[in-house]
Design a protein around this ligand. Structure first.
Ligand SMILES: [Mg+2]
Length: 274
């Protein structure tokens, strides 16, 4: 993959020296392809590996264990509830990723919206079984997602396709403005005792975890304890906050600039942070 990037950069330099308009278009196409191709292995891993499948099933099996464990500490105050993210937690959007890779495109809100409106995302392995067992146990399920509120109907339709519990507007909290989920979680906690959170991003549990990731990977004892007790994380190598961190959330970066940052971020001397 790395050599392809350098080939693309080399091609740009050579073609840039020629100065022809047609060649510049070709070099941009090569660069776009290289950039899109970098999502290929992670998408294949989700779709084709037994490891990904098993990891999701294990995640939900562990979620079930933790839910029952946390229930023991329930003092009867508030409605029992769990909070789950949707994308790459309950619904698997790897078909969308496959589509844009094959079309040699980047993620765009337009193509993403088209995909969401199809309401055809498959289920993440183990998700339905866990949600059914949790609701049979008496827990209300809240879906907290950063899909847009304009995508509510299609999102519910996609969840209903699998007869998932609580797939209705009172239990699906999408993004109106802020992608920070804290306020939505607080609203849920007002009337409910949340026994467990499940997601594929650190921020599906707490914004504090993002700070830990961006800085030192040092958890306070309390944060680590709370996270281990209440949060189950599922694998998503395709995209996420970790990638935005690489670019330090700089808006408007070209694919070429992003490629450079990606290469620069690889560390042959890497050692685990903790
Ligand atoms: Mg997600």
């Amino acid at each position: 993959m790395q050599s392809k990037v350098w080939k693309a950069i080399g091609l740009i330099l050579i073609l840039g020296a020629c100065g022809g308009a047609k060649e510049t278009t070709t070099s941009v196409a090569v660069e776009e392809k290289t950039y899109a191709d970098q999502r290929l292995m992670s998408t294949l891993w989700i779709q084709q590996s037994g490891e990904a499948e098993l990891l999701c099933r294990q995640g939900f099996a562990y979620a079930w264990i933790k839910l029952q464990e946390n229930l023991k500490g329930y003092n009867g105050e508030g409605q029992l509830a769990i909070v789950v993210d949707i994308d790459e937690t309950i619904l698997d959007n790897s078909p969308y990723e496959a589509r844009i890779i094959l079309d040699n495109e980047n993620y765009s809100s337009e193509s993403w919206n088209d995909w969401v409106m199809e309401a055809s995302a498959p289920l993440v392995p183990g998700a339905k079984d866990f949600l059914m067992k949790a609701s049979e146990l008496g827990a209300v399920v809240y879906y907290v997602s950063n899909r847009k509120v304009s995508q509510l109907d299609a999102t519910i339709q996609n969840l209903e396709r699998y007869n998932l519990p609580f797939a209705d507007p009172d239990h699906v909290f999408l993004k109106s403005e802020d992608s920070d989920k804290t306020e939505r979680r607080e609203r849920i906690k007002f009337n409910n005792t949340v026994l467990l959170y499940v997601g594929d991003q650190l921020t599906d549990f707490s914004e504090e975890l993002k700070v830990v990731e961006q800085e030192t990977f040092e958890y306070s004892t309390e944060l680590l304890e709370q996270t281990m007790k209440y949060f189950i994380i599922l694998p998503n190598p395709m995209y996420g906050g970790w990638e935005s961190n690489l670019y330090q959330n700089r808006p408007g970066m070209t694919n070429e600039q992003k490629n450079e940052v990606r290469l620069r971020s690889l560390n042959p001397q890497y050692k685990p942070k903790k």
